[in-house]
Ligand binder design. Structure first.
Ligand code: MLT
Length: 329
């Protein structure tokens, strides 16, 4: 008969050996600041959400979490950097649907494998996107924008956060589903990409709600549609794409924290526990919900659930990218 206590003791011993191999003790981790790599420019939705969560997780862990913005190639530059980091829990990646889900389908040569090179730690809540245009654009509603796109192939200039970012992927899906040809304009993050919509240098953008809502509120851009299944309480007058031009269309950006493969399990567990505690604080989740960030059932926040989700998304995007003909521009 298996003695559960012996089994647990052996597992604990194995964990502390693994941790010791990287010079890290799970008991004292973290004993110095931790770095989270955000592979987009500061001021964008990934940066904003990561900082909000990092601040709270850091409080639980008792050490600061430093955000390292490492933009480039739709997040794949930062993800590659994270995959090469020492797997000791002191460098982790803020991953998202693009470079951790779609990238293997888009990039012929990817310097990392989202599944094989990383250990999933925990999943963030999801963020829907808003399709917005510059204030002077002639399209006053979503139908008019699609009509404009049909009448003017390649003349609708949509900015994005780089090839394979969610703003790029969702704009490509939108264009393919609506049967229009748009011109995508890549930036190093949705932050600078949105600034150029406000400035009128480009026509529009699909941006995530946490950074889109303040600009819409101040009337610096015009919101035409949201990508969520139902309308957002913060934008009651803005229709969903599904109820207007694209029945059944629904999309949002998913995120998660990943650590380089080989990080001791006890360290991953400690960080996950800290996060789950943060997400059980209703004051905090209410603050995120005010930005139209969509909470998930608690069991979906775990590292195990993020691992399954990542594998499913890598497979899904291979099919989606081929069908919608999304390729590197
Ligand atoms: C960003 O922070 O720049 C965005 O999350 C990128 C994106 O559109 O996916």
């Amino acid at each position: 008969m298996i003695d559960i206590r012996k089994l647990a003791a052996r597992a604990l011993l194995a964990m502390s050996f693994a941790a010791a191999a990287h010079g890290v003790s799970a008991q004292t981790y973290p004993s110095r600041p931790v770095t989270w790599i955000v592979p987009f420019a500061a001021g964008g939705p990934t940066d904003a959400l990561a900082r909000a969560i990092a601040e709270r997780v850091a409080r639980e862990l008792g050490q600061p979490i430093v955000i390292d913005n490492a933009p480039g190639a739709g997040g794949t530059v930062g993800a590659a950097k994270a995959s090469r980091a020492v797997p000791d829990g002191y460098t982790m990646l803020v991953g998202h649907m693009g470079y951790m889900g779609a990238a293997p389908a888009l990039y012929k040569k990817l310097a990392y494998d989202p599944v094989k090179d990383f250990a999933p730690v925990f999943r963030f809540p999801d963020t829907p996107l808003v399709l917005m245009v510059r204030k002077e654009h002639p399209a006053k509603d979503i139908k008019a924008l699609v009509d404009f796109g049909k009448a003017n192939p390649d003349k609708l200039f949509i900015s994005n956060a780089g090839v394979g970012s969610s703003s790029h992927l969702i704009a490509a899906l939108f264009a393919a589903s609506a049967g229009i040809r748009i011109s995508q304009v890549p930036y190093k993050g949705a932050g600078p990409a949105l600034i150029d919509v406000i400035g009128g240098q480009v026509d529009g953008i699909f941006d995530q709600t946490n950074t889109a809502l303040p600009q819409i509120k101040e009337a610096k851009v015009r919101a035409l549609a949201v990508t969520s299944k139902v309308r957002l309480p913060q934008l009651k007058d803005v229709p969903t794409l599904g109820e207007t031009v694209l029945p059944g269309f629904e999309a949002s950006t998913w995120y998660g924290i990943y650590s380089p493969k080989g990080t001791p399990q006890a360290v991953l567990d400690k960080v996950q526990q800290a996060y789950l505690k943060v997400m059980s604080d209703k004051t905090f989740t209410d603050r995120l919900a005010e930005q139209a960030i969509q909470m998930l059932p608690a069991e979906q926040y775990t590292g195990a659930a993020l691992g399954k989700h990542t594998e499913a998304e890598v497979a899904r995007w291979r099919a989606v990218a081929a069908k919608a003909n999304i390729a590197l521009d």
